[in-house]
Design a binder for this molecule. Structure first.
Ligand code: BG6
Length: 483
């Protein structure tokens, strides 16, 4: 037998988000979310965000993989892999179809009752994100999304309803998915999905982002407090898209820029974990002359609603160069990025950096002194079904194997306190970034393509059996079936 690598009770599992797999976008009273007006794109063509659902366009989230009706079979397959937990989100628009109703939609609540009961039947712990890229469309059009302070009330009401209803069914929660994506505020897709901000002509995007994100961190802190009052055993985390930020060279200017970029990217989780704005961001807002609506009462809320753990996704690192953007001239993070020639890339041009995960686990521990949870990791790839109906995804196994190995070093050699590991898209689903089905992450293959064609049949890839062994050996056997 193997010597187990990871602590007892380590939460191995997989992660998805409601809008990327449930489908049933207008069933049982669900209202449209911002994800329902996003068309399909490709590796080189961004998704379009339309005002309403326009005839003749493909909106892949509408039907997705129809998890809404297939979940019993899907959860059973995850149980077969040995999952200890399953991360998904609650679609806000199933519970509050427009977002500002007085009463929740009972049918929506019932769906998640059934889903969580199904998980528990197999001993699988649900890990739930409240807001994962799917703000009610009505709140976007009527209130401008998170540019309005009213959103705090709408969100906390939604959170409270979920906490009360699932008090005894869900222990692990997260408030906002990848809240720090907004540091790339010139990316309209990221801003629409994270904050429901559709920019106005000529507006200062950076100032709008800081304001919207402030309301989000306040709402997140309030939700943490409400959740703990409802059930003191709840573990409520923040969730960031973590990427180590490397200097392009050993030049001090690159080092300074990398530090500045990290300050601009990680202030969201600084506030959520430490309960106050970091000095650098306060100074930056003053320096820029942004007159933000941040009240003394808000600051008290932030102090009282700090998170229990830091959840994060890890896909890639980022490298910045002062030749591109000078120190003190940095605005949006994307503008400072340069390719890192030391790293291979996926078919979607994402750099692959397993050691960055170990670096990150240490960096986040040093910064926050809180337990960590890797709630996404993985590689989007094209899969081929062979004549015998199998999917030999050795590239996926290779990617995950390298990342898990670095993760285990961080835990075993560096002493990082890590709660669990849930690779992204454990069952094939709609890509958030491109809307594609053919950008696949899963252990479970779903027969559906970018045009929306396919039988929706589920099959086990080679990585399914590999991950089953990883979990069974509690992370000791990473070599099952590896040639
Ligand atoms: C994260 C998101 O950014 O990355 C997921 O939380 C997303 O929703 C995942 O699907 C992978 O990105 P993509 O664009 O390949 O789907």
């Amino acid at each position: 037998m193997f010597e187990e690598k990871m602590p007892k009770g380590f939460l191995w599992g997989g992660a998805v988000a409601a809008h990327q797999l449930e489908g049933a976008w207008n069933v049982d009273g669900k209202g449209p979310s911002v994800a329902d007006v996003m068309t399909v794109g490709s590796a080189d063509q961004p998704r379009e965000i339309t005002d309403t659902v326009e005839p003749g366009k493909i909106y892949p989230n509408h039907d997705a993989i129809d998890f809404y009706h297939h979940y019993p079979e899907d959860i059973k397959m995850m149980a077969e892999m040995g999952f200890k937990c399953f991360r998904t989100s609650i679609a806000w628009t199933r519970i509050f179809p427009k977002g500002d109703e007085a009463e929740p939609n009972e049918k929506g609540l019932e769906f998640y009752d059934k889903l969580f009961d199904c998980c528990h039947k197999y001993g699988i712990e649900p890990v739930i994100t409240l807001s994962h890229f799917e703000i009610p469309l009505h709140l976007v059009h009527q209130y401008g999304g998170w540019r309005s302070r009213k959103m705090i009330d709408f969100f906390t009401k939604f959170a409270k309803v979920c906490f009360q209803r699932y008090r005894d069914k869900v222990k692990y929660w997260m408030t906002f998915n990848e809240i720090d994506n907004q540091s790339d505020f010139n990316n309209p897709f990221l801003m629409a999905t994270n904050s429901g901000l559709l920019f106005r002509k000529g507006e200062n995007r950076e100032a709008a982002m800081y304001q919207a994100a402030h309301y989000e961190v306040v709402a997140s802190a309030l939700a943490v407090e409400i959740g703990h009052q409802i059930n003191p055993d709840f573990q409520i985390g923040c969730m960031i898209n973590y990427m180590p930020i490397y200097p392009a060279t050993a030049k001090p200017a690159d080092q300074l820029l990398a530090q500045e970029a990290a300050q601009r990217r990680y202030w969201f989780s600084d506030v959520q974990a430490n309960g106050e704005y970091p000095r650098e961001v306060e100074t930056y807002l003053q320096r820029k002359g942004y007159r933000q609506d941040i009240t003394t009462a808000d600051r008290m809320i932030l102090r009282e609603g700090t998170v229990d753990y830091v959840g994060f996704s890890y896909y890639s690192s980022m490298t910045v160069s002062a030749d591109k953007v000078g120190v003190d001239e940095l605005t949006d993070l994307h503008s400072a990025g340069v390719p890192n020639d030391n790293l291979p890339k996926t078919d979607w041009h994402w750099e692959v950096d397993p050691e960055g995960l170990r670096y990150g686990l240490n960096w986040l521990t040093d910064r926050y002194h809180k337990p960590l949870f890797i709630v996404e990791n993985g590689m989007g790839a094209y899969d081929k079904v062979t004549a015998d109906g199998k999917i030999h995804d050795d590239y996926r196994i290779d990617y995950l194997r390298q990342h898990i190995s670095e993760m285990e070093k961080a835990v075993v050699l560096d002493g990082v306190d890590l709660m669990g590991y849930t690779p992204w898209g454990c069952i094939d689903l709609v890509s958030a970034g491109t809307g594609q089905m053919d950008k696949r992450y899963g252990f479970i293959y779903v027969d559906k393509n970018d045009k929306g064609e396919g039988s929706l049949k589920r099959s086990r890839k080679d990585s399914f059996y590999w991950f089953q062994h990883v979990i069974e050996s509690n992370g000791a056997d990473l070599d099952y079936g590896v040639k």
